[in-house]
Design a protein around this ligand. Structure first.
Ligand SMILES: [Zn+2]
Ligand SMILES: [Zn+2]
Length: 344
């Protein structure tokens, strides 16, 4: 079977590899849909991921497919079941897990390898984070459960009051998904980001205001907008750069809330005005990843048709073209998420 391998910085290869035998509690999924993700692009550029990936390794983490093989001890699943496997599973026993913060599990098990004809899902993920696809939901939409689960957790941790004016910083798939989710909770949304096409998508999704950010990433125009407004009630930061983290704090009103959702390059730091944080009584927090509960919720929302998947998955390509797809994403091509067709 064919599988994509990340070899290092900006280096991908499609290899023919043997199917490994299934161990206890494992299932094999034939992958029907794998989606590109901003995290994958970041990892491709950097050549590794501190917590998830050390090359050479399998690549891709948003997938949906069909169970085609069962290891010993599997009784709840049948061959032919349509499923989504999350890209992680918590241990359930450590301190964060015991407190319900499964995304912070001290032994979080990650799964990568979505860009392939098939994948073996480890026992712990089968037990805690493998989900049946609701009837009527296609594989492509089901594979959106992973990014949506992250955004749902981020939205919950930001907190939304009806009538809130919320700034979403960043117009990538995560920013636009956050805009949809926060808007559905009753907020009025402003999206600030680069790319006329992406801001057009934001408007088509019902976002009330958009602010084009210049190519050099200068956020002065966003801060001027925030000032004219007296500050946003909350900011959902989905850029993952220190200057965006700093701007997020400057863009809220006194009493405002910030969620630094985008992960910045490791080793970077930010400068914050302590007086503003103190006298402004700001609430600052960050969100990371997702939990099995959020994953289930995400799949439910997708099944209910509340997420306009067509606005997000805007291109498709065969597995063989994956290296080219990442080069295009790197150049800032028009596609938000690309469906990688993995079938023979
Ligand atoms: Zn993702
Ligand atoms: Zn744990």
């Amino acid at each position: 079977m064919k599988a994509a391998y990340l070899l290092g910085t900006r280096s991908l290869e499609i290899r023919e590899v043997p199917e490994v035998p299934l161990g206890h509690g494992e299932v094999r999924i034939r992958i029907e849909a794998a989606l590109t993700c901003g995290t994958d692009l970041k990892v491709w550029r950097r050549g590794h991921h501190a917590r998830m990936l050390t090359p050479p390794c399998r690549f891709g983490h948003e997938l949906a497919g069909v169970i085609v093989g069962k290891g010993p001890g599997i009784s709840d699943w049948r061959t032919g079941d349509r499923v989504v496997a999350a890209n992680s599973a918590p241990c359930g026993g450590c301190r964060p897990c015991q407190r319900g913060q499964h995304q912070l599990c001290e032994d979080l098990l990650f799964l990568n390898g979505a860009y392939a004809e098939s994948i073996v899902v480890p026992e712990r993920i089968v037990r805690t984070n493998l989900h049946r696809i609701p009837d009527g939901l296609d594989f492509r939409a089901a594979a959106m459960a992973e990014p949506l689960a992250c955004v749902l957790l981020g939205g919950e941790e930001l907190g939304v009051e009806p009538g809130d004016r919320i700034l979403v910083l960043g117009s990538g798939p995560i920013g636009l998904l956050a805009a949809v989710v926060l808007r559905s909770l009753g907020a009025r949304i402003t999206v600030a980001g680069r790319g006329a096409h992406r801001l057009g998508v934001a408007q088509s999704l019902g976002v009330e205001d958009v602010i084009p950010v210049p190519v050099d990433g200068d956020l002065g125009v966003v801060l001027a907008h925030a000032k004219a407004l007296g500050g946003f009630d909350a900011v959902f930061e989905a850029v993952g750069q220190p200057q965006a983290w700093e701007a997020a704090v400057q863009a809220v009103r006194p009493g405002g809330r910030v969620n630094w959702f985008g992960g910045c390059p490791s080793g970077t730091s930010v400068r914050l005005d302590t007086a503003w944080i103190h006298y402004g009584a700001l609430s600052l927090r960050a969100s990371f990843h997702h939990t099995p509960a959020m994953f289930r919720k995400a799949l439910g929302l997708l099944g209910a048709g509340t997420i306009p998947v067509d606005s997000f998955v805007t291109a498709e390509a065969p597995l063989a073209d994956l290296p080219r797809v990442f080069e295009e994403l790197d150049r800032g091509g028009a596609a938000l998420k690309t469906l990688i067709r993995c079938g023979r």
